[in-house]
Design a protein around this ligand. Structure first.
Ligand code: S3P
Length: 429
């Protein structure tokens, strides 16, 4: 699908957001391992969470929506999964593949996890290494999927694992494998990443010398429960930037997940001079949520790096658009993980923004962006088949003169199926 976006004169209205992708994956997986039927309110139709749901069904778990659209998952307990009859297709979803590998490493049956071309190029040693240290029998193909996991006859060995990379997917993989280990598994997290898994599992967290130690004990069971998935902050991010950049804008985003390990973009946009207010903060289940209003503002350049990066890792493509339209220079550092996402996001954003006339230099671990907003000129850009690149370039298209054409834009459905419709609905030209 080719999407054309015209320069907008204003954005106004209430944006309907999809449910949070990270929390959706975890709610489906934990429900499958739970004791009895769990209900998930607001489980999305986005392709990535649907990949998790398909895999869960492939493991013998019944999961259907009731007449109100609530997803009912019939958990069969930690040892109730059934051998899959075919390879489990994780689609485009790294979270599905890495979290599910942690669960499958501890099973008494073998399994194979595969994915699309993008997923089969992403690094998987980062999970195979700790799982192998726990006694799992895993093989990769040149460090990549398909991942073959052989049955374990005895449980896994517990480990103490210091994360070499700030990754919630790796952390969650080891914690989930820890549910099947004979003893106490400890994950040491030098740089904090999103904490949904430990929250949703209710795991003890100890701070040792300022470093988080996450603990999962043998015998940790998961009760059946009712999850409510909040609106996706990472989806909201596109509209927070768009509403800031397009003149005469006022957008409202309701029921957005505000987990502090996800919302560093708010801090960064605030430092750039954005006009964003958060109201009606409340807690839903294990997660804080609130309503956000964004109004147009003049943004200035900013430096972003260090411990903030994992807490806005998925928002950096759209932050680069904000920076390209801000006054002054922005430097993004310590973001080398972006090179191993659904595509190399540093390269993709540099190429696309430069095609619009921005001044972006690619660094090994980040980008240097000279703000050049008023001069962006619409042209044709590529999504690189990456949902966040497609949507970030959609935001750039609202600001650039003329019209911007985004090739292969349907990939937005991976996390935000209604994105193009919502953007169209709130834009005036
Ligand atoms: C996710 C973690 C992040 C993020 C991804 C979702 C998760 O990846 O980029 O979109 O749900 O755990 P890493 O933890 O590998 O950085």
């Amino acid at each position: 699908m080719i999407q054309t976006v015209r320069q907008a004169s204003s954005l106004r209205g209430t944006v309907s957001l999809p449910a949070d992708k990270s929390i959706s994956h975890r709610s489906a997986l934990l429900s499958a391992l739970g004791e009895g039927t769990s209900r998930i309110q607001n489980f999305p139709d986005s392709a990535d969470p649907q990949s998790t749901l398909d895999c869960v069904r492939g493991l013998g778990i019944a999961a259907e929506r009731d007449e109100e659209g609530v997803l009912e998952v019939e958990g069969r307990g930690l040892n109730g999964l059934r051998p899959p009859s075919a390879p489990l297709d994780c689609g485009n979803s790294g979270t599905t593949m890495r979290l599910l590998s942690g669960i499958l490493a501890g099973q008494r049956f073998g399994s194979v996890l595969s994915g699309d071309d993008s997923l089969q190029q992403r690094p998987m040693e980062r999970i195979a290494d700790p799982l192998t240290a726990m006694g799992a029998r895993i093989s990769l193909q040149d460090g990549h999927a398909p991942i073959r996991i052989r049955a374990t006859q005895s449980g896994l060995d517990p480990i103490e694992y210091r994360l070499p990379v700030a990754s919630a997917q790796v952390k969650s993989c080891v914690l989930l494998a820890g549910l099947f280990a004979e003893g106490k598994t400890v994950v040491i997290e030098p740089t904090p990443s999103r904490d949904h898994t430990e929250r949703m599992l209710g795991l003890p967290v100890e701070e040792v010398g300022g470093v988080r130690h996450l603990i999962v004990e043998q015998g940790h069971t998961i009760p059946s429960t009712e999850w409510t998935v909040p609106g996706d902050f990472s989806g909201a991010a596109f509209f927070l930037v768009a509403g800031s950049l397009v003149p005469d804008s006022e957008l409202r985003l309701k029921g957005v997940g505000l987990n502090p390990s996800r919302t560093a973009l708010l801090e960064v946009l605030d430092g750039m001079g954005a006009n964003i207010t958060v109201e009606n903060e409340r807690v839903k289940g294990a997660e804080p949520v609130g309503d956000i209003t964004v109004r147009s503002a003049v943004l200035s350049g900013v430096d972003v790096g260090g411990r903030l990066v994992p807490n806005l890792i998925d928002e950096i493509p759209v932050l680069a658009v904000a920076a390209a339209c801000a006054e002054g220079t922005t430097e993004i550092r310590d973001a080398e993980e972006l090179r191993v996402k659904e595509t190399d996001r540093l390269h993709a954003m540099a190429e696309n923004l430069n095609a619009l006339g921005a001044e972006v230099q690619e660094r090994e671990d980040g980008l240097i962006i000279e703000g050049n907003g008023p001069n962006l000129l619409g042209t044709t850009v590529r999504s690189f088949d990456d949902h966040r690149i497609a949507m970030a370039m959609g935001v750039a298209g609202l600001v650039a003169h003329g019209s911007t054409t985004i090739n292969d834009a349907e990939c937005a459905k991976v996390s935000f199926p209604g994105f193009w419709t919502e953007m169209d609905r709130v834009a005036s030209h």
